[in-house]
Design a protein around this ligand. Structure first.
Ligand code: SF4
Length: 294
């Protein structure tokens, strides 16, 4: 729990950009370990060890601004003569365009404010889309900084409120929100549930398996779901960027291996969405050193 006058984590401020209710849920202990969170961790894996820093590239640097009352961590700072460049690492499915979001801009602006307060001159900010192997330069002007500061102010108001802001109404953000399982936006509004989890969402990259007693396997480059011996759905593996298993659903060993090989995360949840755990693909196709030989 963060007190009203405490320093705010920049990561918490970014929840406000997405949805004020999510900030309130997060600060009140309803944090979640979901596919989105795990994908975010994977994107940072290469830069989250400060010991791997070099003189021209500082990794995983903790920063703070005491005047703003915020703190956070910057993935990479590149030294350029008298100035520095900030680089944030993000995971975005290859099939989606590498687009800089409002949250990315707010994050970079707040990081820049922290660095400038520590005496750095920030020359440039960029987002590195790890799945696309691409850097996108982000312009942080005064208007962007002022907007970021206003979001910090909003966040303080949200966390000092005794009640959560109302859920969004029929908003597509909810279907990709990491907190939907604890927020329950449709139920909270007391309306019939119009949105449902689909076995395959054509616009989404994450496959949710929900049919209890079913089995998912792979054949000829496709993920196949069957129930009581009958095929109930299939999707090309190319379109699957992660799998969330809700409840009593079996995955074949071949499918698990294939998803690990493709560096895709599998998350196992209860049928009500509580996360039990997730798979951890290795960085490269050959994996770490084998520990057991037979
Ligand atoms: S599920 Fe929707 S309303 Fe609830 S926190 Fe997420 S985005 Fe906000």
């Amino acid at each position: 729990m963060v007190a009203e006058n405490d320093s705010l984590p920049i990561s918490l401020v970014l929840h406000t950009v997405f949805c004020p209710r999510r900030t309130w849920l997060e600060i009140n202990g309803e944090n979640t370990d979901t596919y989105q969170m795990q994908a975010g961790h994977s994107a940072h894996r290469k830069v989250d060890d400060p010991k791997t820093s070099r003189s021209e590239q500082i990794r995983s640097l903790d920063v703070r601004s005491s005047t703003m009352g915020i703190h956070g961590r910057i993935d990479v700072i590149e030294n350029k003569n008298d100035s520095v460049r900030i680089v944030e690492y993000k995971a975005t499915p290859v099939k989606l365009k590498p687009i800089v979001t409002e949250a990315n801009k707010v994050q970079l602006a707040l990081q820049q404010i922290c660095l400038e307060e520590s005496g750095f001159e920030v020359d440039q900010a960029a987002v590195r889309f790890v799945d696309h192997n691409k850097n996108v330069i982000v312009e942080i002007d005064d208007a962007t900084k002022q907007h970021a500061i206003s979001i910090v102010r909003d966040t303080r108001e949200i966390i000092s409120a005794s009640e959560a802001p109302l859920p969004l109404e029929d908003d597509k953000r909810c279907s990709r929100c990491s907190h939907i399982d604890v927020c329950l936006p449709d139920e909270r509004r007391g309306e019939p549930i119009a949105r449902r989890i689909n076995a395959s969402d054509p616009d989404g990259q994450v496959l949710h398996l929900t049919e209890q007693g079913s089995r998912a396997s792979t054949r000829a480059g496709r993920l196949i779901v069957s129930h009581q011996g009958e095929k109930s759905g299939e999707v090309p593996l190319e379109r699957v960027h992660g799998v969330v298993v809700h409840g009593n659903i079996d995955l074949s060993g071949a499918l698990i291996r294939e998803l690990l090989w493709r560096n895709q995360v599998i998350v196992w949840c209860s049928s009500t969405g509580r996360v039990y755990g997730w798979s951890q693909p290795t960085d490269g196709p050959n994996g770490p050193l084998a520990l057991i030989s037979v």
